[in-house]
Structure formats: structure tokens, C-alpha cells
Design a protein around this ligand. Sequence first.
Ligand code: SAH
Ligand code: SF4
Ligand code: F3S
Length: 470
Amino acid sequence: MERTTPVIPAEDIARQREYCAEIRQLNAQLPQAPLAFVDTYGCQQNEADSELLRGMLVEMGYEIAHSEEDASVIIINTCAVRDHAEQRVFGNVGALVHGKRRNPNQIICLCGCMAQEAHVAERLRQSYQHVDLVFGPHALWRFPEFLRRIYLRRGRIFETQNSDGAIAEGLPVRRSGTIKAWVSIMYGCNNFCTYCIVPHVRGRERSRDPEIILSEIRQLAQQGYKDITLLGQNVNSYGKDLAGGIDFPTLLERANAIPGDFLLRFMTSHPKDATPRLFDVMRDCEKVAPVIHLPFQSGNTRVLGAMNRRYTREEYLEKVQALRERIPNIVLTSDVIVGFPGETTPEFEDTLSLVEQVRFDALFTFIYSPRKGTPAAEMEDPMSKEEKSANFNRLVEAQNRISLEKHQAYIGTVQRCLVDSVSEDSRNNLNARTPGGRLVHLNGDLSLLGQFVDVKITGCSTWALFGQLC
Ligand code: SAH
Ligand code: SF4
Ligand code: F3S
């Protein structure tokens, strides 16, 4: 298939795996396998990247640890989307200096989206001397090469050049779970919403080959995975850089045709590219879960324009209607930003009224955070922090009430749920998910983990449902 995105040649990937083998031999001479710890911030894309990093570490002979204690290699996989996330990373990376003093051979790495920001790399270079290796998402596939260089002759490495990005296939992966799995279908973003750093750090949209994606899903289904999430910053752009003419709904249909008892989810969908055809395919494909994350960001058309979202309030509402006509029980979640530069309180109230009108099942609410290098960071932002917080609190209160009311409507119904984890709470020792992804607490035998079971919903809170096995 012809494509416009460069793919890393197979021999380059093979060379990285040779480096893995070389380090493995060195590690094999140690009295016991050294430990490596990967700490992940940010979105599912980063979680998926961390699974690749762990795959490479395992291939290099490391054992994966669950904390930084005694780790020979520490990787911090970072997120740059809001200032709060970055400050947490700086705090935690700063604290690693003590461990490094006790164990000077420890190798500390920082990767992910923050590494791709020039001012962050500079700060690490100057003020965080204990960090040995800094590399951005574009260089992830070269991690074995970097680690080998440091392993053999120390010194610091900064691999943070800007890039449009490429596709790297054939890296080893160590998945974190046995029930749920991530499958990246594309990387990067072309949308350049004016507030957002992602296109600046993750490069241009590029799609993985459909045959590779489908064979990965097939393999996951055979291994018994029950819940598979297809990942991309805007999955609705899938295939635009591939010459074969495949689009996202077609990919979903083909994934749906793979034999097995599993659910398919996807995120994220940009509303401007969410089409009636996507909604038709969601309705008609029995494995596609009845849930969609459709970030609206603002309910005011002027603010949406300033955000460069390329849809109006009315267009967003029309999409929601088209979706609900086809799938009445669809679980709808969204992201919203409060306090975008220049947003007035009456404009914020349009966001509030959209939330009341749509009645999302859950909402991820954020206060605007200026990101260096984005157009919004240069816009006038006269509203005080206090006023933004007051608006934010009004929104959260409204959504909490709606979430509770939506949960109350489940009481008395029977839901086919996937039991996906063990809970800390001894009265409800299992967690499960409805097809639409709502959390259900219940009591049952641990052998139910990874199984679909019928659950009668008996109670709820704002955040979760409570149920009993039927
Ligand atoms: N690609 C996804 C979103 C990725 S970032 C999409 O387009 O929907 C996840 C969410 O973080 C965004 O939906 C937005 O609500 C929020 N966000 C992004 N940049 C932000 C910023 N500068 N300040 C506050 N919230 C932000
Ligand atoms: Fe950011 Fe917009 Fe791209 Fe989402 S679509 S990652 S919000 S630029
Ligand atoms: Fe954060 Fe990068 Fe994801 S900025 S939200 S980790 S793409």
C-alpha cells in the first residue's frame, strides 16, 4: 500500500533489537536481573508507549518493577498538556536525585511529550544533572540504542529534535493487563486547536497499516483479551495518509469481523470528523461498545472559533442528535475547557447550557492552562483566576447532578458487564464495566475476572454503580 508517511525501515528496527540482545548479555552476567521502572503520565497514548518501553526493557533482560526503589533504570514518560502535569513531573524528577546519590549507576530517563518542548529540555539540561537520557516521542523506537550508549560509556543524551514523525513497527511490547488492551491506530494530530500542545510535540497525523492493526487485534482476541481500545488523537482522520482508501468506519467494520467475544472501543473522536456513517457502523457492529468520547470543549460558537475547533454549537448538537437517533442508549462522554482566553461568563454559560441540554454521562473538565508556543498563550486573558474557578465549580456541580441522575436510571436494570479488576473494598471485591464503560462495584468470586456476567444494578453514586450477580 502506498502511503505518504515514512515508515522506519525493518533493518533499523532489527538493529535496535540487536542492541537489546547485547544489553541482555551484559545484564545476564549480574547476580540477578536488574530492575527497571516506567512511570507514566498523561493519556492512553502514553500508556501504550510505556508498554513498548517495557517490552524493550524486558528484551534487554530487565525485570519490571512497580516502584523506583532499587531500580537500575527509571523512565518517566511525561505529558505536556497542562501545566499541572508538568509541575508534578518536575517535582518527582527532582526527588530522584537522592536515590541517584545512593546508587550512582542508576540510569534516569525522561521521555514523552515534555521532552519535545525546547524549554523543558533546556531546564533539564541545566538544572537536573541527574537525568541521563531525554528523548521525545519521535525517538522512542531508538531507546535501546540510547540505553546502550549510556550503559557502555555514561555521558548524557538529549534526543529531542523536532520531527513530523514516522511509523515504527515490530517493537516488542509488554502489556500491563490480560483483559484490556490498547491498540494505537495512528499517531500525531493535524488539528492545531489554538490551546493545545499535542500537535507541536507529537507531529503530524500518521496511520498504521490496517493489516498490521487487524493482525494485532486478532492476536489479542486469541490471547483472550476482552476489551480492546483503538487509540489516536483523532481516530476519525484514520487512513487519510494511506493510499488504500481505508477510513476509520471501515477499519472498525473489519475489526468487528474478527472472531471472538470481545468489545471494541476507540478514542478520541473529533466532532468535526464524526460522521453519520461512523454512527451507522457503531450501531451495526455488535462488538463496538455503545460509548463515544466526543470532546466539545465549549458550548459557545465564538469561543469554538477562537479555539479553531471548526464546528459550531449547533453542529455539535446535530451530531449528538444523529448519534442518539441511531443508538438511543449511547454513553456519551466529553472534555471541556473553562476559562479559555477571552471567554466571558455569559459565553461560559453557553457551555453550562450545552451540558444541561446534552446530559453527558461523564465529563472531563479542565481550567485553561497556557502552553508555550501555542496561539492561545498569546491571547488576552483578562478574567481572574477566582472567576474562572467559580465558573468551573458551577460546571462541576451541574455535571455531578446529571451523572447521579443518569446512574439512578440504571437501578433495577440488568447489564452485561465485563469483570475487569479486583477492588480494595472487601464488601465489593470486584470491579466491572457496563458495555458503555460505566464502573460497577460488585461482590463475587475472583474466577470471574475477565468474564462477561449479567449484573443487576442495585445502587449508585455520582461516580459508580453498585450491583449483584444475576
Ligand atoms: N485529541 C483529543 C484531546 C487530547 S488532550 C481531542 O481532540 O479530543 C485532552 C483534553 O485536554 C482536551 O480534550 C482538552 O479538553 C484538554 N486540554 C488540552 N489542552 C489544554 C490546555 N491548554 N488547557 C486546558 N485543557 C487542555
Ligand atoms: Fe489537541 Fe485539538 Fe489535536 Fe485534540 S484535536 S490533540 S485538542 S490539537
Ligand atoms: Fe499528554 Fe502527550 Fe497525551 S501531551 S495528553 S501525553 S499526547
